[in-house]
Design a protein around this ligand. Sequence first.
Ligand SMILES: NC(=O)c1ccc[n+]([C@@H]2O[C@H](COP(=O)([O-])OP(=O)(O)OC[C@H]3O[C@@H](n4cnc5c(N)ncnc54)[C@H](OP(=O)(O)O)[C@@H]3O)[C@@H](O)[C@H]2O)c1
Length: 275
Amino acid sequence: MILETKEICNRLRDDIVALAGRKSPLLCCVGFSEDGSTLSYFRSIERAANKTKIRVRKEILKDISVHDTVSFMETLNRDGDINGIVISRPIPLPLQKAGIKNIIDPAKDVDCITDENLGGLITGNVLYTPPTPGAVMEIIKEFNIETTGRNVVVLGRSDVVGKPLALLLLRKGVDATVTVCHSKTRYLISLTRTADILITAVGRPQFLKCNMVKPGTIVIDVGINVKDGRVVGDVDFEDVKRVAGMITPTPGGVGPVTTHILLLNVAKAAKRKAD
Ligand SMILES: NC(=O)c1ccc[n+]([C@@H]2O[C@H](COP(=O)([O-])OP(=O)(O)OC[C@H]3O[C@@H](n4cnc5c(N)ncnc54)[C@H](OP(=O)(O)O)[C@@H]3O)[C@@H](O)[C@H]2O)c1
């Protein structure tokens, strides 16, 4: 079964519009270059936002110093019209070293990248669900995928996807048994073959092959990669589809849900401010 996510996005869109009420919340997207992936990321946010009440403002900061970038981010924090701030990734090294992501006011950190908001995931005290891990959890919920006591193997341990996703899967009520793998993991195939649910976030085009998957496994592909000019996931979809019980497509799987959860967080931020 191929897990199409259009219905989830429609439902989330209704939630966003309802939560925004009469307000038009504003999301500010900050990029550090005009590279294709930043621009297409911002375009996809804009496209989804156009069907909601969320407004999007784009700022591309290039050829400016680290000091001026920090000052600019601080002005966004102070701007009462802005409800949420997203910065494009990867963050340039000098800005990473300056701790740019932690300059964002946690109340406006709708992408859940600040240490403060990420830390809240440990205790379940979160302002905003991190969009990509949240999208995986929405898919699990939408398709009534049982998680209690099941073996979930996550490929990837990034701060954006793998680690926060593992924490969401470990929560009481979700109750999965979670294995997180990374580039130094030994005997990877023997681990992936134990999975009832296998989630890939490695950033390697068509990395997961059918020999790595136990028949009937539910495969959720977070990866978004470009290969030979087209977008592909971390899963070799045609190969793995033959053995998987359920599988998400790329494009059209986790990605659009992620964008809608981000926008839902913006609507939540606006509501919190108004309450
Ligand atoms: N669908 C969405 O909305 C969405 C959102 C964000 C990202 N993405 C996509 O998801 C993918 C992952 O993103 P990310 O930001 O998490 O990437 P990342 O920061 O580059 O992390 C990749 C992770 O994969 C691990 N890895 C790399 N090669 C491996 C291998 N051969 N075997 C096992 N693990 C391996 C790395 O291990 P080490 O830690 O040891 O290096 C790392 O933990 C990318 O394709 C990205 O474009 C999609």
